[in-house]
Ligand binder design. Sequence first.
Ligand SMILES: NCc1[nH]cc(CCC(=O)O)c1CC(=O)O
Length: 308
Amino acid sequence: MSKRSDRPLRIATRRSALALWQAEHVAARLRAHHPGLQVELVAMTTRGDQITDRPLAAIGGKGLFLKELEVAMLEQRADLAVHSYKDVPMELEPGFAIAAVLERADAADAFISNDHSRLAQLPHGARVGTSSLRRQAQLRALRPDLELVDLRGNVNSRLAKLDAGDYAAIVLACAGIERLGFGSRMRERLAPPHWLPAVAQGAIAVECRHGDAEVAELLRPLDDESTHRCTAAERAMNLCLHGSCTVPVAGYCVETETGLALWGLVGDASDGRLIRAQAEGPAGEPRVLGERVAALLREQGADAMLGR
Ligand SMILES: NCc1[nH]cc(CCC(=O)O)c1CC(=O)O
């Protein structure tokens, strides 16, 4: 019996269907590893969820999805928070730590359409919905003729807007649509290394108060070392490029037989120019590899492309 059996462990989560799925998933994993442990969800709405009519870049970026959950942890209303790792800023607020990164789902993006089976088969000038500058840059590179239109909101509402006929196609993460049971709506996998996902896409991160040894210990068995290393390399690259969700940066790292291989990309959403780099390094030094790929992107002009 866990010594916590008198007090439930409370998981702070956003209320979107995907966030609730991910929080329930972490709760189930915790119960499986710690029989007798009581686990509860504390669902809340964040500013990032409330404001859906403007691009994230214009309203303050990804931290908006974490703030309320972090306040709940500071006020002892929750013990941990579950996030899509790709929505977690490169630098956490002081006083918090990522205690576990769960095994990654499919990291790729998906092309979704009701009438067209491939990106290459979209008619000239077709409307594609995505607010992600990273997705816009890669779409422009492949199909400069497309009309790219802003599309924010959670996974379910984006699919609803597609079904309402507002767009010929949209691009979403495979991980999100599969978790919500919409995997059959994927028409084409936009796969790395040709098409690169957001840094840490497909991985779930669990955040807790820095120094909360009891919660960190409970979370330890949920951590997947390989995913943790790969996402560390991707995030180090992004941090080096001063990346956030507001700039078109993409990255994907895998473990190979000899270590880690990391692909990085910086793009221009207005004209579809892409800068790419790839490097390999030892498994024990993901951050060094991330910094190396960032430096390779810089040598090719990444800073100018990111507007600095
Ligand atoms: N930007 C929102 C977001 N954050 C995480 C996912 C998908 C799940 C994941 O990548 O882990 C999504 C939806 C999407 O981009 O399609």
